[in-house]
Design a protein around this ligand. Structure first.
Ligand SMILES: O=P(O)(O)OC[C@H]1O[C@](O)(COP(=O)(O)O)[C@@H](O)[C@@H]1O
Ligand SMILES: [Mg+2]
Ligand SMILES: [Mg+2]
Length: 336
């Protein structure tokens, strides 16, 4: 059987689903950048890439060397492709306009260059998360400077989303809005090869993921739900649940796409001004698009994440995503 590479798959999408050629090219460039990031991540101590930079990003988090390297790789790869008007990243304070080019590219790229970076130094899976939006028409004219507002579109407006996971295998998971495909990096070939044709999240599960150390800060609906999970067969859910927490959203979501489960990073009382820890534009939105396209669900406890109108680039959000039955149960508890 002949192998379907990412390039072949994208060409087929252009032919059969009218995927625009510049979107296809954009995904190819992002995938190439992910290969380079994968290479850097895998060097570890040999490449001198472990440890921190001694700087902080806009959210006050310490930047790891690989956060910065991955951000630069994505910026450089995408700067001259002609398909983008601008980019925004977890590691950059402001939106970035592609300089000196007219006409502007049609798309905006938003990314978390390295997700789960607290895991880099301990050799646990990390990843890159990305989301593609159309650049609104009013920002496409020559004189209009791109700013944050161009990016503030609800997740339903995403035309593509994906993540690369750098684990025992490097994989690229992609949705163009018609299901979810998984590609595995064949290092001898240098290509991502289609290995997971139609990724589906099982509707029910007996596995959940949450950082239990935050329990005392959670709000009542999550306290109630996790209490029921922990009660297992002796509680109202009449079922024993297992728990996993990797502290890399990519790795936790990847497990859920593979065998089902529920992922929660709920709002808590630690910083009342922040509705959760995860970022809406480059963590929650792309992951919610993927999860929904795979048959799962994603809410902030009350509303579908993809319907939230963003108010700022680095906005945080409470996230409950994964197997439909469980997401619906926790969401219902919030509404009672
Ligand atoms: O250490 P905590 O609070 O459990 O947080 C883990 C969460 O933080 C994140 O690592 C944030 O991502 P970054 O590494 O990109 O900042 C998520 O991937 C993960 O779900
Ligand atoms: Mg992240
Ligand atoms: Mg990150």
């Amino acid at each position: 059987m002949s192998r379907v590479t990412l390039s072949r798959y994208l060409i087929e999408q252009t032919r059969s689903n009218n995927t625009p050629a510049d979107l296809r090219f954009l995904i190819e460039v992002v995938a190439r950048a992910c290969k380079e990031i994968s290479h850097n991540v895998s060097k570890g101590a040999l490449g001198g890439v472990l440890g921190s930079m001694g700087t902080e990003n806009v959210q006050g988090e310490v930047q790891k060397k690989l956060d910065v390297i991955s951000n630069e790789i994505l910026l450089e790869a995408n700067e001259w492709g002609g398909h983008l008007a601008g980019m925004a990243s977890e590691e950059m304070d402001n939106a970035y306009q592609i300089p000196g080019k007219y006409p502007k590219g049609a798309y905006l790229l938003v990314f978390d260059p390295l997700d789960g970076s607290s895991n880099i130094d301990v050799n646990v899976s990390v990843g890159t998360i990305f989301s593609v939006l159309r650049c609104p028409n009013e920002y496409l004219s020559q004189n209009e400077t791109l700013n944050e507002k161009a990016f503030l579109q609800p997740g339903t407006q995403q035309v593509a989303a994906g993540y690369a996971i750098y684990g025992p295998q490097t994989m690229l998971i992609l949705t163009l809005g018609n299901g979810v495909k998984g590609f595995t990096l064949d290092r001898e070939l240098g290509s991502f090869v289609l290995t997971h044709e139609n990724i589906r999240v099982p509707e029910s599960t007996a596995e959940f993921a949450i950082n239990m150390s935050n329990q005392r800060h959670w709000e009542a609906p999550v306290q109630r739900y996790v209490g029921e999970l922990l009660a297992g067969e002796t509680g109202p859910l009449n079922k024993n649940y297992n728990m996993r927490w990797i502290a890399s959203m990519v790795a936790d979501v990847h497990r859920i796409l593979t065998r089902g489960g529920l992922f929660m990073y709920p709002r808590d009382a630690r910083e009342p001004s922040k509705p959760g820890k995860l970022r809406l534009m480059y963590e929650a939105n792309p992951m919610s698009f993927i999860i929904e396209q795979a048959g799962g669900a994603s809410t902030n406890g009350y509303d579908r994440i993809l319907d939230i109108q963003p108010e700022s680039l680095h906005q945080r959000v409470s996230v409950i995503l994964g197997s439909k039955e469980e997401v619906e149960r926790v969401t219902a508890y919030h509404k009672e």
